[in-house]
Design a protein around this ligand. Structure first.
Ligand SMILES: [Fe+2]
Length: 281
């Protein structure tokens, strides 16, 4: 079977069996991770990266997805690797491919703290992390904060100048922690290149939102924060996967958080980054 055939098989499996109301870890996340991974892999010589391993790992890396506040959260990547092995065997994948997929899944997460040894594992880890940056990353983080019932920010000290960062409590602190960790966490130079402008987007969002908070003039960034925070509580989708800006469809605010923002002025820099981030689809 070709890679495209396998992709269709993995898509179908996820659509039929993967049940999760967490829109920050839905099939669209798997597709974006697969796209990021293939984009990174395209910089390596053709035969040096096993694209099948990359594809399978991208589609099943979060197959056991435990919320960030779940007691067994640290085991999620191990459980995903085990489950992915079973699924791939059932789907008829050759047994020699499975350990490579499992290694990539096992090592991809921050919390597992296991070094990725293969090129596929390094690429998957970067591809997954890249989805935490840029406009997609900001929107996912706000969504998760709403979902977990965190606070958006510390009203009196949003940038944590006079207090320690607390990323368990404040969504804006979580973005800050990510910005700090990013440069040393990525494993491939190509991943770093993709991540760089996306980190700038996160910083810009953080700075502009903090400005709005401190000035008391709640403007476009506050609307972004509120909308996606609420979407996390209400378990909406982040945005329409094929047409996020509702160019050839009707807006559906009940389903897609992004649809609330499309008529707000001053967000074009975020939207153009999002367009770029989704371009490889
Ligand atoms: Fe992921």
């Amino acid at each position: 079977m070709s890679l495209a055939d396998w992709k269709a098989v993995f898509e179908k499996w996820n659509l039929l069996h993967y049940q999760n109301d967490d829109a920050s870890h839905d099939i669209y996340h798997f597709r974006r991770v697969a796209n990021n991974a293939f984009h990174i892999a395209s910089n390596y010589p053709e035969e040096s990266v096993d694209k099948f391993v990359l594809l399978a790992a991208a589609y099943f890396h979060d197959v056991v997805n435990l919320p960030k506040d779940h007691p067994r959260r640290k085991e999620a990547s191990k459980l995903s690797a085990e489950k992915a092995g079973k699924i791939l065997t059932d789907l008829g994948v050759s047994s020699e491919k499975i350990p490579g997929v499992q290694h990539a899944i096992l090592t991809h997460s921050f919390s597992a703290k296991i070094e990725p040894k293969t090129i596929e594992a390094k690429i998957l880890q970067d591809a997954d992390r890249i989805d935490s940056f840029g406009t997609v990353g900001v929107l996912r983080a706000l969504y998760v904060a709403g979902r977990l019932g965190r606070s958006l920010f510390d009203t009196s000290d949003p940038l944590a100048h006079k207090r320690p960062l607390d990323d368990q409590k404040f969504s804006l602190d979580h973005l800050e922690t990510k910005i700090m960790i990013m440069p040393k966490s990525l494993k491939t130079d190509y991943g770093k290149n993709i991540a760089e402008p996306r980190v700038e987007i996160v910083k810009t969002f953080r700075d502009l939102l903090a400005k709005e908070i401190l000035s008391g003039k709640h403007d476009s960034l506050m609307q972004v924060a509120d909308t996606f925070f609420e979407a996390g509580k209400q378990k909406k989708f982040l945005f329409h996967p094929e047409d996020p800006f509702a160019i050839s469809r009707k807006k559906n605010k009940g389903l897609y958080a992004m649809d609330h923002l499309l008529s707000i002025d001053g967000l074009s820099w975020m939207f153009s980054s999002l367009k770029d981030e989704l371009r490889h689809h």
